[in-house]
Design a protein around this ligand. Structure first.
Ligand code: PGA
Length: 231
């Protein structure tokens, strides 16, 4: 099981260090991922217990891209995983499928693990499962789904940061349909809480969770990992 925490624009260097060092001090079986802010990279110990990831990057090794972070900068901190296609990048920052594909191809060329996020907005969910799946499959346009280091996260846009999680039935239905074409691990994300972790992780075809809000407390995040360890 993959248990991942996306810090988004939260935590500073000191609190990230305390968070990561606490997780590092535990002996978990689950595959833990933490995506801290760029500014906190390098401020904690790296151990094999956790894979550290980047929430975003510019698809270049280095160059003249003012304000951006390339792979040279990520490699310095031994970043081993990247998030691509997160709904906040697509919807708040207007990332297009074309720009997302450029990032995907670049990270693939670097043999980085990619957590590739897909998910439908509320108005599509209201049209039913066929509309949801055709929206999601379009988010795979130009994406190599056979890439060995791919992990797919199903994250309905309306469930992210809203406290409204998708129902277990809805999650199962989407993951089952994704599984027909995708062999990579499939995660769920969107208002996962400690209380809902066990049921979500027990869904067939669910290989883990990508958590924002509820994971920012290390106590909660470690509880989620313990639940996963015990499944
Ligand atoms: P959330 O975020 O847990 O706060 O809904 C999930 C995500 O954005 O990956």
């Amino acid at each position: 099981m993959i248990i991942a925490s996306n810090f988004k624009t939260n935590h500073n260097r000191q609190s990230t260090k305390e968070f990561v060092n606490f997780i590092n001090s535990q002996n978990y079986f689950s595959e833990v991922r933490v995506y801290p802010p760029f500014t906190a990279l390098g401020h904690f110990e790296l151990t094999p217990n956790i894979r550290i990831g980047a929430q975003n990057f510019y698809p270049a090794q280095n160059g003249s891209f003012t304000g951006e972070i390339g792979f040279d900068q990520l490699e310095e901190f031994e970043v081993e995983s990247v998030l691509i296609g997160h709904s906040e990048r697509r919807h708040i920052f207007g990332e297009t499928q074309e720009s997302i594909c450029k990032k995907y191809d670049f990270a693939k060329g670097k043999e980085s693990e990619i957590i590739y996020c897909v998910g439908e907005p509320k108005e599509i969910r209201e049209q039913g499962i066929e509309a949801v799946m055709s929206y999601i499959w379009e988010q795979f346009d130009g994406i190599d789904i056979d890439y060995d280091e791919l992990v797919v996260a199903y994250e309905p846009v309306w469930a992210i940061g809203t406290g409204l999680s998708a129902s277990l039935e809805d999650i199962k239905e989407v993951l089952d349909r994704l599984r027909m074409r995708i062999k990579s691990p499939l995660l769920y994300g969107g208002s996962v809480k400690v209380e809902t972790t066990k049921d979500i992780l027990s869904i067939e075809n669910c290989g883990g969770i990508l958590v924002g809000t509820a994971s920012w407390s290390v106590e909660n995040f470690s509880k989620m990992i313990e639940i996963s360890d015990n499944i």
